[in-house]
Design a protein around this ligand. Structure first.
Ligand code: ATP
Ligand code: GNG
Length: 328
């Protein structure tokens, strides 16, 4: 970032200190005096100035001190943040990919395989335990919203989608761990599902099943679009891995796993979810509301194969993933 540009911001927004040179590095001092709206404006400007994949555009201008600490690897003791441009570049190198697929197709199993295959990849699990234990409800143990949704979908689907989407949003906003910033290959943050499958698979399906009313669907879409647009590059994905298997295979795996809340799930439900995945990720016939999402490359993997125990199958899948990541 040039000194002139920083000074321009300093003058224009009155919250950036002039950039200073410190041991051959530019250090940008950002005072946390900005209002949310001025941060958003600066983020937009930086996105335009440095490109949509730049660190600045991805994370906004440090609207979160914890994130700044994560990026710099140092605590932020005062309101003044010091960000090293080398680290900014390191963050912008991290690719963001989601694993999508039907219930029990093997996403978590595959995610564990990815995690153990490369130090450059960091898997972020789907926050299922949060849905099983909603803290702050009146009961002592916390409500099991996943169970409530399966037991009474008409009553609880909309509530479930608000909670699942917010928890996914938080997950996708997590900064990459410092380990990834030092990666020499292609560092990748891999999310189990995303704010996009929340809408284009599950919420859409619940609406089509009549478990979410037309009004609830309109409300969901309204805030979903607003949030995704507001967070923009911070929640964008650079790639999607689609684990694909026949619904019958998923049904068998679901039965074998034996998650209590899913005991009432029927094959018909998995078939409907399978069709939603196919429409979105293969046929591309789902109506999407985000331009960037239409262009995200999709790697479709045959997940009907036994990759838990067969080493050769595992290696073949990992090779495909490695090639996919290096092309992002
Ligand atoms: N390739 C595979 N071959 C055979 N069994 C598998 C395979 N992958 C996963 N399984 C088994 O299927 C069950 C479901 O797998 P897993 O929990 O990984 O699914 P998931 O897609 O993460 O589920 P969910 O949609 O609920 O998050 C587990 O019991 C797992 O051991
Ligand atoms: N209704 C609904 N909406 C979602 O966004 C969603 N995401 C996951 N799930 C269900 C599938 C597994 O049972 C379990 C774990 O993936 O949670 C969802 N159900």
């Amino acid at each position: 970032m040039s000194r002139a540009l920083s000074l321009t911001f300093a003058l224009r927004y009155n919250f950036l200190n002039p950039a200073s040179v410190c041991k051959n590095k530019f250090i940008i001092s950002v005072l946390l005096l900005a209002t949310d709206s001025s941060r958003a404006s600066v983020t937009r400007l930086l996105g335009r100035r440095f490109g949509s994949r730049s660190w600045y555009a991805k994370f906004g201008v440090l609207d979160n001190r914890a994130m700044a600490s994560e990026v710099t690897g140092r605590p932020c003791p005062s309101a003044q943040l010091h960000i090293d441009t080398k680290q900014m570049d390191a963050v912008s190198r991290v690719k963001r990919v989601s694993i999508e697929g039907n219930i029990a197709v093997g996403k978590s199993t595959f995610a564990r395989l990815l995690q153990s295959s490369s130090q450059d990849w960091e898997v972020v699990q789907e926050p299922v335990s949060k849905w099983q234990n909603v803290e702050g409800s009146s009961s002592q143990t916390g409500s099991n919203l996943l169970q409530m949704m399966y037991q009474d979908p008409q009553r609880w689907s909309y509530t479930f989608q608000t909670f699942s989407c917010m928890s996914r949003m938080r997950t996708q906003l997590q900064p990459p761990p410092t380990r990834l910033l030092a990666a020499e290959g292609t560092p990748v943050q891999v999310f189990e599902r995303s704010v996009y499958s929340d809408r284009y698979i599950f919420a859409l399906n619940m609406f089509e099943l009549g478990c979410i009313s037309p009004t609830e669907w309109a409300v969901y879409q309204d805030w979903h679009s607003f949030l995704v647009e507001q967070f923009a590059h911070r929640v964008h994905l650079e790639g999607i891995i689609y684990l694909r298997a026949p619904p019958k295979t998923c049904m068998e795996r679901l039965g074998r796993r034996g998650r209590e809340e899913e005991s009432g799930v029927e094959l018909d439900y998995l078939e409907k979810l399978h069709i939603q995945h196919e429409k979105w990720l293969v046929d591309k016939s789902t109506e999407l509301h985000f331009e960037h999402l239409k262009k995200v490359p999709v790697l479709t993997l045959d997940a009907s194969v036994e990759f838990e125990t067969d080493k050769k199958v595992r290696e073949d899948l990992i090779t495909q993933v490695r090639t996919f990541f290096s092309g992002l």
